[in-house]
Ligand binder design. Structure first.
Ligand code: AMP
Length: 265
């Protein structure tokens, strides 16, 4: 069955209110659209655990920097709806930009310490935009569970921290990374890659797997691992490395030697 498509906040609130009165739990999958199997896996997880599944499709302008790809971010809306229908989502919330950010909007959420490192250091303001829109969406959808991909590990960490710090009554569920057969993580932005770039992009997965293998064999020096990652990635034609970092999975701070859970980003 096709999901109900809702663009207005009042209609969304009414729909969620109605299903709650019917005693259903609400699962929420926030997305920017251009949906693929990675998003589908989140919708399936929500479908399995909750009675009413809401998917939001919103290309959030506040998480894009001035020189990023906001204007050309893919928006195949009809195709997205078809995927939501196949995965049996119940409702698609697809607001206009002015609906979420009316004239005079001023408030932002900052998750100190976590938002400015790793990807945040090359994309200033990105995670402020993410946290702010996710908080707004949580308030609007009021889900029991919200589903995020481990692919965006820093985002997950920030949303978990925000949820805890602000006592949000939402359980954050983290779902595994869905990859192509050759290891490249599915991403809406992969359509921007030409054939050669697409092939070279697998260096990310290959170098992550190699780092993981080195750790399993006992390597504990972050410096050694980082050197390997940097050399491998920068030696690949057409690849420009922002950063290769090994951090504590909780604080996202560099850690050397490795201990407890680490994140290689
Ligand atoms: P996006 O539309 O890129 O903002 O992503 C929406 C959600 O889907 C985020 O929680 C992402 O982490 C998740 N996601 C995107 N790609 C994948 C993937 N390949 N595997 C798992 N989750 C993903």
């Amino acid at each position: 069955m096709n999901p109900v498509v809702v663009r207005a906040i009042s209609a969304l609130r009414q729909a969620v209110h109605d299903v709650r009165r019917r005693g259903l739990t609400v699962g929420f999958v926030p997305t920017m659209g251009a949906l693929h199997e990675g998003h589908a896996s989140l919708i399936r997880a929500a479908r399995k655990e909750t009675g009413f599944v809401v998917v939001s499709i919103f290309v959030n302008p506040t998480q894009f920097g001035p020189h990023e790809d906001l204007a050309r971010y893919p928006q195949p809306f009809e195709k997205d709806l078809a995927l939501c229908a196949v995965e049996s989502a119940d409702l698609v919330f697809a607001p206009q930009v002015e609906t979420l950010y009316p004239q005079g909007f001023r408030t932002a959420v900052e998750v100190g310490g976590l938002q400015d490192v790793l990807e945040g250091s090359s994309r200033p303001g990105h995670f402020r935009g993410v946290a702010t829109v996710v908080l707004k969406l949580f308030h609007l959808v009021s889900p029991d569970h919200a589903y995020f991909g481990q692919k965006d590990a820093q985002q997950v960490r920030i949303i978990q921290q925000m949820t805890r710090d602000l006592n949000l009554p939402v359980e954050v569920r983290v779902c595994p990374i869905v990859r192509e057969a050759d290891g490249l993580a599915l991403s809406s932005r992969n359509v921007f890659l030409d054939t050669a770039q697409r092939k070279n992009a697998t260096v990310l997965y290959r170098s992550l797997v190699e780092a993981q293998a080195m750790i399993k064999q006992g390597e504990r020096s972050s410096t050694v691992l980082q050197r390997m990652l940097t050399e491998r990635i920068t030696a690949t034609p057409g690849v420009i490395l922002d950063s290769a970092a090994i951090v504590d999975a909780d604080s996202l701070q560099p850690i050397d030697p490795l201990r407890e859970q680490v994140l290689i980003a």
